[in-house]
Design a protein around this ligand. Structure first.
Ligand SMILES: Cc1ncc(COP(=O)(O)O)c(C=O)c1O
Length: 270
């Protein structure tokens, strides 16, 4: 990736730029290869970040007064997006079941909403939602648009877990889903600024593109495009090694957590 960035610097011209077609193709290929998810290049809307995508969704997919479902606890910018829009929202608590944080489906069942936010894999908590859980969520939110932040999809550490893009489950779900993605978490270059939304349905795509088209949102930087293309096309060996390294860290922390927890309990009972 550094070589690709160096070559782009050497190019020496840094005018406004359009997303490279090659990058659309790299995203399409990757989603098919890793997740068996077939998307069209034209469904991809480039954004400067996933967080701007959360904000665009709150402002453009919800009319004033329309309600969103937001999981809790969740990465802070989900709640900020609906609060700043501002749009009413209902928090959907995640509950601990067999060591995994999963949705309280009862809250979803009794709350009509126009948009359902999803964070998959979930931050915090790390849940990689199963196909069955995602299908249940989709069934209970069948009148809503699903806005699914899948930025951590390539950072699944559990060998038994597999990321499933919710939009890949069925054509009906794909048509009402906005999937927000970026290579910047897995490959750790968030300052380069490049993300994308996968949006099949034309009106939703129009809504998700409106701010970038009006230049109210910047396009990704030229370096963001280049870094993302290099990561997706050439980064798999690096990513595999990185995941092994992170597993090692996770196992180390897990192996040491019991004494730390019991001394914390002793301290609090003193
Ligand atoms: C769930 C989640 N979404 C989005 C982001 C940030 O996305 P971006 O830097 O592309 O705006 C983070 C960063 O930690 C995150 O945890």
């Amino acid at each position: 990736m550094r070589d690709a960035l160096k070559a782009r610097v050497e190019h020496g011209v840094f005018g406004y730029t359009a997303p490279p077609e090659e990058l659309r193709a790299a995203i399409v290929d990757r989603l098919a290869a890793r997740y068996g998810w077939r998307v069209e290049p034209s469904w991809i809307v480039f954004l400067p970040g996933v967080v701007p995508g959360l904000h665009v969704a709150a402002r453009r997919l919800l009319a004033p007064g329309e309600r969103a479902l937001v999981p809790t606890p969740v990465y802070q910018h989900f709640k900020r997006a609906v609060e700043l829009a501002p749009r009413p929202h209902t928090e959907v608590p995640l509950v601990l079941q067999d060591g995994r944080w999963v949705f309280d489906f009862d809250v979803i069942k009794r709350t009509p909403a126009r948009v359902a936010y999803l964070c998959n894999p979930q931050n915090p908590g790390g849940t990689v939602f199963t196909r069955a859980e995602l299908l249940r969520l989709a069934e209970l939110t069948r009148d809503a648009t699903i806005v699914s932040d899948e930025i951590h999809c390539d950072l699944v550490l559990d060998r038994g877990a597999k990321h499933v893009p919710i939009a890949s489950l069925a054509p009906e779900i794909s048509r009402r889903t906005v999937t927000l993605m970026s290579a910047n978490k897995a490959f750790n270059f968030p300052a380069a600024g490049c993300a994308w939304a996968v949006v099949e349905e034309a009106q939703l795509r129009e809504a998700m593109s409106a701010d970038a088209r009006a230049h109210a949102l910047p396009s990704p930087s030229v370096f963001g495009y280049i870094a993302t293309l290099a990561a997706l096309r050439e980064g798999d060996a690096w990513l595999a090694a990185q995941i092994e390294y992170l597993r090692g860290n996770r196992d180390l922390v897990a192996s040491r957590s019991l004494p730390a927890r019991s001394s914390a309990r002793r301290a609090s009972s003193d």
